[in-house]
Design a protein around this ligand. Structure first.
Ligand SMILES: NC(=O)c1ccc[n+]([C@@H]2O[C@H](COP(=O)([O-])OP(=O)(O)OC[C@H]3O[C@@H](n4cnc5c(N)ncnc54)[C@H](OP(=O)(O)O)[C@@H]3O)[C@@H](O)[C@H]2O)c1
Length: 326
């Protein structure tokens, strides 16, 4: 197949490009060129924020176009200007209107679509993806809409999948500071499994909306598997949410946070998705241990320079405060 990949130079897109090329497809990536395409894969440098940005790839009929955009205007212009037999759009579980229920399926209510072409900031990410999905569905050809949960594994530069294995592997004291919420429902999908399934969805021209993530497991299990991935015997030190908040520790992602956990009753279902439909159509996910081991190897390669989690000094400060030493 001739596949046009709108993106392909960042985390998931690179894995899609590599997986598609490994299956013998001819892949062309489109990006502004902040990073190179994977070795041996063509990159067309173009800016999709320009009205005619996709002109260099618009005169060809593609077997499939795969898009990872977050911006409705970019997706609308792609649908307007490109010719293909099948679309794959990488959306997100953030489209759902309510995050309190666990394992929502694809029929659950979604947010109102973002009005306008540009998502100004991530606070309207879900709404923006809803608008992107609508643009893809208006294309007239078949389309796979992939509502992905948290993506983890090697090259996860957000640091969310790498934090816990890294922290157990590089402890700053006699324990690892964790949220006292072992039952918090977690799920993640390995970037390689998601990429492989996206390529197979393009090959099969799967039509419809599909949730994609790994099985639901508890935060306690994630921590245990992280310690196993790190071959660590260091015990976890559970700290109540209110105490963490007092100490300036946040949740989910970003600096000074404890990732994969959210201290909001209305968000307990956020990470989890019902993936029955994708699994019935070929989605296979590897054991979490493999994902976390490879996320740790990636963190080790980059020296733990993450945007997410407690850095060493912060974890020591939190422990000292809990011990009453500051
Ligand atoms: N990470 C997660 O846990 C998670 C969870 C659910 C869903 N998702 C979704 O999964 C996808 C992840 O994609 P990704 O990892 O490949 O990362 P990404 O950071 O979304 O990649 C964006 C790609 O598009 C290109 N791009 C950005 N602006 C452009 C422009 N104006 N013109 C042309 N190209 C442009 C970028 O390259 P240049 O910057 O060089 O242009 C890059 O190749 C996204 O759709 C995201 O919403 C992610």
């Amino acid at each position: 197949m001739e596949i046009l990949l709108l993106g392909g130079t960042a985390f998931l897109g690179r894995h899609i490009a590599v997986a598609a090329a490994a299956r013998g497809h001819e892949v062309t990536c489109v990006a502004r060129g902040s990073n190179p395409a994977p070795d041996g894969i063509e990159l067309v440098v173009a800016d999709r924020d320009e009205d005619q940005g996709l002109a260099p790839v618009g005169g060809h009929h593609w077997d499939a176009v795969i898009d990872v955009s977050r911006q409705p205007g970019q997706v609308r212009r792609a649908v307007r200007d490109l010719h293909c037999s099948h679309w794959v759009f990488v959306s997100s579980g953030n489209v759902y209107a309510d995050f309190s229920a666990l394992e929502q399926d694809e029929r659950s209510a979604v947010r109102a679509p973002l009005e306008g072409d540009v998502m100004e900031d991530m606070s309207s990410y879900g709404e923006s993806k809803v608008a992107c999905e609508a643009a893809i569905r208006s294309a007239g050809s078949s389309s796979t809409i992939v509502r992905s949960g948290l993506i983890g594994g090697p090259d996860d530069d957000s640091g969310r999948s790498g934090y816990w294995p890294w922290r157990f592997a590089h402890s700053t004291g006699d324990d690892v500071i964790v949220p006292d919420d072992p039952g918090f429902p977690c799920a993640m999908i390995d970037v390689r499994d998601l990429a492989a399934w996206i390529v197979s969805a393009a090959e099969q021209r799967l039509d419809g909306v599909f949730n994609a993530t790994g099985p639901t497991i508890s935060l306690g299990e994630v921590l245990a598997v992280s310690a196993q991935a790190a071959r660590s015997q260091v015990p976890a030190r559970p700290v109540p949410a209110a105490r963490l908040a007092e100490l300036g520790v946040g949740c989910w992602m970003g600096p000074a946070s404890l990732p994969l956990w959210i201290d909001k009753p209305d968000w307990r279902g956020f990470a989890t998705l019902d993936t029955t439909r994708a699994r019935a159509n070929g989605l296979v996910t590897r054991p979490l241990l493999d994902t976390l081991r490879d996320a740790l190897a990636y963190e080790n390669r980059r020296g733990g320079a993450r945007r997410t989690g407690l850095d060493d000094a912060e974890e020591r400060r939190v422990r000292a405060a809990l011990d009453g030493n500051i």
